[in-house]
Design a protein around this ligand. Structure first.
Ligand code: DP6
Length: 311
């Protein structure tokens, strides 16, 4: 087998990964907990033994920085590898705080291993995906996953709990400072960094317990605590990292107003302006309707499974 394809879903962290305890090995400074979300996905094909290395993104050659990152990942996993052709497509916007690197490196890792005739365990695939991007480790198991160390592990499958993540897209376009650089700046310059590190493990345990108990209020409270603590390290970095736009803050207030009306709606943000609102799937239409006047558009995503080979 020298050609294989894989799909992987993005994931959104409910307890956030922000900072590395080992940069070379890409190990996290704090544990994180996430939910994989569909129907959005990345689909990637790897063909070993091409005439020259080539990375295509949809119908076009990939931007050079994107191609270089993908090829460097393959160099690291398969030293002395043959030349390869990689083709990848995303059905969602890249670089806008919507975790495209998670599904991208997860799909690339699974496709490359399969094309090489290997059948690694999910644990090994998660370790490998982590080397490309930390959050990609969590897209390998899919569903609810926790990442504390070298590999992410599953907590519960997607069908465990009928929740939804309503993404309020409030700005289009690539973010100014990517996650990798942003977390390094927070770690190097925020006076709140030690507090961020010390609070992380308890928040991750709280979120894992809440998922197992299907307790949305408990999970939502832990998710918001992790989110605002992470953004506090961004806002207090030098120079500060302010990913929020005015409409980001408007969505935060709209979610709080929904809760006042008895609708369980809890927010999280990543290294970008979009707000992701966690709620019960049955409440998603109500949440989306409340956010529609503020956001450019809303997208309702549902729990999804792990990265997998496809024909
Ligand atoms: C804010 O996984 O993109 O989305 O490991 O440096 O590639 P690297 O970082 P990346 O960081 C994601 C950060 C986050 C929070 C999260 O997904 O946990």
């Amino acid at each position: 087998m020298s050609v294989a394809s894989a799909v992987a879903h993005p994931n959104i962290a409910v307890v956030k990964y922000w900072g590395k305890r080992d940069v070379a090995a890409n190990l996290p400074a704090v544990p994180s907990v996430s939910l994989a979300l569909g129907p959005w996905h990345t689909r990637t094909q790897v063909r070993w033994g091409a005439d020259a290395d080539a990375v295509r993104f949809g119908a076009h050659p990939a931007p050079p920085a994107f191609a270089a990152k993908a090829l460097a990942h393959l160099d690291r996993l398969f030293p002395g590898r043959p030349r390869c052709a990689v083709e990848t497509t995303n059905d969602f916007p890249t670089g806008a705080g919507l975790a495209s690197s998670a599904s991208g490196f997860a799909a690339l890792t699974v496709a490359a291993a399969a094309a090489a005739g290997l059948d690694p365990s999910p644990d090994t695939l998660s370790r490998w995906a982590r080397l490309g991007s930390g959050s990609a480790s969590r897209s390998i198991p899919g569903g609810w996953a926790a990442w504390w160390d070298e590999a992410a592990r599953p907590i519960a499958p997607p069908e465990w709990w009928p929740v939804a993540m309503v993404v309020a897209v409030v700005a289009e376009g690539e973010k100014a400072v990517g996650s990798t650089a942003g977390m390094q700046r927070s770690a190097a310059t925020s006076p709140y960094w030690p507090a961020w590190l010390s609070e992380g493990p308890a928040l991750a345990r709280e979120a894992e317990d809440a998922v197992r108990a299907r307790d949305l209020e408990r999970l939502g409270a832990a998710m918001e605590a992790s989110t605002f603590q992470m953004h506090a390290t961004m806002h207090t970095a030098r120079p500060p990292l302010i990913y929020w736009q005015p409409a980001t803050v408007a969505v935060l207030h709209a979610a709080a107003a929904l809760r006042q009306r008895g609708v369980g709606a809890w927010v999280t943000m990543d290294a970008g302006p979009q707000v992701k609102v966690l709620c019960l799937a049955d409440d998603a239409p109500t949440v989306a309707a409340a956010l529609a006047p503020i956001a450019l558009r809303t997208v309702t995503l549902l729990p999804a499974g792990g990265a997998r080979r496809v024909p």
